[in-house]
Design a protein around this ligand. Structure first.
Ligand code: F0G
Length: 427
């Protein structure tokens, strides 16, 4: 096998300046653009790789038990002395009744909310924290709409590294805030939005020498590539027609494109699925850019109920554009009420997810209605976060007088059998 140590480097995505792979930089020293990790494709191809991945599946302990490190031949990282829970190995399941809501009876969901801290962020974080440990970083930092903070806090605690999280005041769901505090991160509630938090985290990382673990860090994206690799494996390496995902800061959209290109180049799949990136209408700078042929990004002031993707100036814009172009992908928007109804449908199917995750299902419904996703197409929506992340939104949706289409309001009763019977008989 190739010697990853010898060939690993980071390269600027714009001016191609090379940077040592073991630098703690996440931006190019020459022009400020994001850095990418470069490593040649593995020597092995198709069947051989598939056999290796399959053999590791079901390992009880060590890095092979991780749904990230199990795919290490496909990642531009070293896989030694990893910090792992393990993570990944999430189910790909039929969407049940939610598939009918979406108008796509074969719809499946890849449930990344079933990771150790309840979101897909754990896949990037095992790689990011492993790198932080390798660098001897005294502390790690991130700006976050909540999930990155929760994940980084947990992995930093496991690694024995101090964690600093910057979150926008009043815009983070309760479960995520609780996690960041509980896992022991120094938690700063910033009077500003996520974009302001990220700008602050980037300058704090530069000025204070803490290692930045937002998805601008290319090690994070290496881990997130395995969402797609594992999904393809679960599809028997017979790629679906579409993969739908919610899009905010665009790290995941970037990682998905990278994973699909690698899977194609290594002969793991024969055809590349189309990506459907879904944004909330009130936080849709990427979708607006798509509608205008991907010119320059125009940042906006975001406003959506899906706080995870309440982002107006996405950091990975350039590399996400590449993902959409290379997969003949589509970027669309959905309204907040569609997101909430999609969430209620996913929840009522017994699957459950947080609001941002449901955007991927709402987006599929839109694309089916618009005839962009054909009848009978094979579609996988990625559910990025757990239903318990944002309990307040669920309780508000189902509140007695809210009257939403899929409401399931609680019923207050006296402690009598009669009241129980009446409640049971209610339509
Ligand atoms: N879904 C969930 C549940 C998220 O938490 C995020 C991002 C996304 C989708 C969008 O992914 O940013 O890669 O386009 N959450 C980040 C955070 C911003 O701070 O937790 P993206």
């Amino acid at each position: 096998m190739h010697d990853v140590d010898a060939i690993l480097k980071m390269r600027c995505s714009r001016c191609e300046t090379d940077v040592e792979a073991d630098s703690s930089r996440t931006a190019c020293p020459a022009c400020g653009a994001l850095l990418e990790l470069a490593a040649p494709r593995p020597d092995m191809r198709g069947d051989e790789l598939r056999r290796i991945f399959a053999k590791r599946r079901g390992a009880i302990g060590g890095r092979d038990a991780s749904g990230v490190w199990r795919f290490r031949e496909m990642l531009a990282v070293r896989g030694n002395d990893v910090i792992t829970f393990p993570e990944g190995n999430t189910p790909l399941i039929h969407a049940g009744r939610a598939s009918y809501w979406a108008g796509c009876p074969t719809l499946r969901v890849k449930h990344e909310g079933l990771n150790p801290t309840g979101s897909f962020k754990d896949r990037g974080m095992t790689v990011g924290i492993t790198q932080a440990k390798r660098l001897g970083a005294p502390a790690v930092a991130c700006a976050s709409t909540g999930n990155t903070a929760a994940s980084m806090a947990a992995y930093a605690a496991r690694a024995g590294i101090r964690a600093l999280v910057l979150i926008p005041a009043g815009k983070v769901a309760m479960g995520k805030l609780a996690q960041a505090l509980a896992y022991g991160a120094r938690t700063l509630i910033v009077r500003g939005d996520f974009d302001a938090c990220l700008a602050l985290a980037r300058s704090a990382a530069d000025a204070l020498g803490v290692y930045l673990l937002n998805s601008v860090n290319p090690y994070r994206l290496e881990g997130q590539k395995t969402i797609v690799l594992e999904m393809l494996e679960q599809c028997g390496w017979d790629a679906p027609d579409w993969i739908a995902l919610p899009a905010g800061n665009l790290g995941n959209t970037a990682a998905f494109g990278m994973a699909l290109a690698a899977a194609r180049d290594c002969g793991l799949i024969r055809r590349v699925p189309r990506l459907l990136a879904v944004q909330a209408e009130g936080a849709a700078p990427f979708a607006h850019a798509f509608d205008h042929g991907f010119g320059a990004l125009e940042p906006i002031t975001p406003n959506t109920v899906a706080t995870a993707i309440n982002i107006g100036d996405p950091a990975s814009y350039d590399r996400a554009v590449r993902s959409i172009r290379e997969t003949n992908g589509v970027v669309t928007t959905v309204r907040d009420d569609e997101i909430l109804e999609a969430k209620a449908a996913v929840d009522a199917a017994g699957i459950g997810c947080e609001p941002a995750s449901a955007a991927s299902v709402a987006g599929v419904r839109r694309m089916v209605r618009d005839g962009i996703i054909a009848d009978g197409a094979d579609v996988v929506s990625v559910l990025t976060g757990n239903v318990l992340k944002d309990p307040e939104t669920a309780v508000r949706y189902h509140a007695p007088m809210a009257g939403h289409a899929l409401s399931n309001p609680p019923i207050e009763i006296d402690a009598t059998l009669d009241d129980v019977k009446r409640a049971l008989d209610r339509a």
